[in-house]
Design a protein around this ligand. Structure first.
Ligand SMILES: Nc1ncnc2c1ncn2[C@@H]1O[C@H](COP(=O)(O)OP(=O)(O)OP(=O)(O)O)[C@@H](O)[C@H]1O
Length: 235
């Protein structure tokens, strides 16, 4: 698996006259195939995820993916790491899934004249064959989320980062999305408020007030987080 390395990586931003810490200096080596990230609203989960592909840059320390530094080699890191946003409409930039996937394929070695066929095959593999040329606004929430995932995966990333990917999905689509995720060969790092989904991992990080408050087995992490949510202090 790929090595995602946080070396004392921290994020501070200026808000008015104050410096606010979004993530305290954090050191982590992530090599597991599935890593989930849980924690309260505003605890810093998205900040942590966004550091992995350079959407957010550390203000102290560094983050690298297989030795590729997010600060000095952002474009290279984004070729390695695909990012799926909570809201697929923030992701899909073209009017239809077909055009969006074709755009993604431009970043791979596929020749221009072969892209349409490759995009159609790729979309069909996600069970969305009948929806390739439908406006992304006319897709259901579940179809749209799957299309966004298909489009990111068309760039053949080695690592997939997903920020609360099932928040907008009903139970059926959440299960469908979950099955697709579990079948992927990519290394996956995802945040979620769905504690059952969090258990679909080999390692879970609990983020609390900009620090990793727990790092370990998913079931233990969920127990820790429940305790933290109820009492404010885990036992
Ligand atoms: N660019 C920014 N400037 C100032 N504050 C920010 C910025 N980005 C995030 N924050 C703040 O940092 C904190 C952590 O935000 P983050 O989005 O990482 O939390 P989260 O754990 O993903 O939350 P949620 O579960 O609600 O999505 C929040 O208080 C947020 O308001």
């Amino acid at each position: 698996m790929t090595m995602i390395r946080f070396s004392a990586a921290g994020v501070r931003v200026r808000v008015d006259d104050d410096l606010r810490t979004l993530l305290h200096p954090t050191s982590l080596d992530l090599t597991e195939r599935r890593v989930s990230v849980i924690g309260a609203n505003g605890s810093g989960k998205s900040t942590l995820l966004r550091l992995v592909n350079g959407l957010t840059l550390p203000t102290t320390g560094s983050v690298s993916v297989d030795g590729v530094d997010t600060h000095s080699r952002g474009a290279d890191v984004r070729r390695l790491v695909g990012f799926v946003f909570t809201d697929p409409l923030a992701q899909l930039v073209m009017p239809t899934g077909l055009e969006d996937v074709m755009l993604s394929l431009r970043r791979t070695g596929i020749r221009a004249r072969d892209r349409r066929r490759a995009a159609l095959d790729h979309i069909a593999a996600f069970g969305l064959g009948g929806h390739s040329e439908q406006s992304i606004y006319d897709l259901s929430g579940g179809q749209r989320q799957l299309m966004a995932l298909a489009s990111v995966l068309a760039t053949a990333p080695r690592v997939l980062v997903l920020d609360e990917p099932t928040t907008l999905l009903d139970l059926t689509n959440r299960e469908r999305f979950r099955r697709v995720l579990n079948g992927l060969h990519q290394q996956i790092l995802f945040s979620t408020h769905d504690l059952e989904l969090a258990l679909d991992a080999e390692r879970t990080l609990v983020v609390n007030s900009g620090t990793i408050a727990f790092d370990g087995a998913p079931a233990d992490a969920v127990r820790f987080y429940r305790e933290l949510a109820v009492t404010g202090t885990p036992s």
